[in-house]
Design a protein around this ligand. Structure first.
Ligand SMILES: Cc1cc2nc3c(=O)[nH]c(=O)nc-3n(C[C@H](O)[C@H](O)[C@H](O)COP(=O)(O)OP(=O)(O)OC[C@H]3O[C@@H](n4cnc5c(N)ncnc54)[C@H](O)[C@@H]3O)c2cc1C
Length: 201
């Protein structure tokens, strides 16, 4: 059994060791970061080689949901019960310090460990993924056919063993920086969606 959602952040494998003061254990923040992202990286080991593969995803209350081809190695490997990790990273800015060593980034990042289950009731999960990425789009488009559903694996990774790290700080200064006086602060970065480009031919 995995840890409960409440104590998941304390699990040994997901204990943040470097800068533990940046660790966040609030499931609401976990959910907010997952909701703000659109692409995650699923990592797994196949024949001794680690792979990190980007995927679109959605979320239910207690799991990350993603889908792919029944022919995909990633999805076949995960459906067979391989251990995986799932990472989402949101870049929030560049932290400009006086030293190269302290120059850093603002970010919100999530790591989830576990094994996936195959979802048999595919349509609601596919709808959740679609609504996560393009809210309102599902009701406008043709739903998946039986044949398309048969070609699709939908997986669920439980939000049981996870960690969240958030750096929203400013640069640190050390005595060794004396005499170095570049501009110091933060350059924020934002994710924006541009205006729709008509693609009808
Ligand atoms: C955009 C971005 C850029 C970064 N750049 C660097 C860099 O250039 N150099 C560098 O050393 N570090 C960088 N980090 C931080 C890096 O992700 C690790 O947190 C860091 O290397 C310390 O790892 P550790 O040895 O404490 O963790 P490990 O011992 O490797 O991991 C232990 C556990 O901590 C948790 N964990 C570790 N890091 C994260 C994280 N970021 N988010 C959520 N959970 C986490 C995981 O559950 C993991 O299983 C960056 C992070 C982000 C998001």
């Amino acid at each position: 059994m995995g840890a409960s959602l409440e104590d998941a952040g304390a699990a040994t494998r997901t204990r943040i060791r470097r800068l533990p003061e940046l660790a966040v254990r609030d499931p609401a923040i976990l959910h907010a970061i997952l909701d703000a992202g659109t692409v995650g990286h699923v990592s797994f080991v196949h024949d001794g080689q680690p792979y990190a593969i980007p995927v679109a995803y959605g979320r239910s209350d207690a799991a990350v949901l993603f889908h792919g081809s029944t022919g995909s190695r990633l999805f076949r490997t995960l459906a067979a019960g391989a251990a995986c990790s799932f990472a989402v990273t949101l870049l929030d800015g560049f932290i400009l310090a006086r030293s190269a060593f302290e120059t850093s980034m603002r970010y919100r990042s999530v790591l989830v460990l576990g094994t996936c289950s195959v979802i048999d009731d595919k349509v609601p999960a596919l709808q959740a993924v679609s609504e996560h990425i393009l809210p309102g789009r599902w009701s406008l488009v043709r739903p998946p056919s039986k044949k398309e559903l048969a070609q699709t694996l939908v997986l669920s990774l439980p939000l049981e063993e996870w960690s969240v790290k958030v750096n929203d700080g400013f640069p640190d200064r050390s005595d060794e920086d004396e005499g170095w006086d570049p501009p110091v602060g933060v350059i924020p970065t934002y994710q924006v969606r541009g205006a729709f480009i008509d693609g009808e031919s």
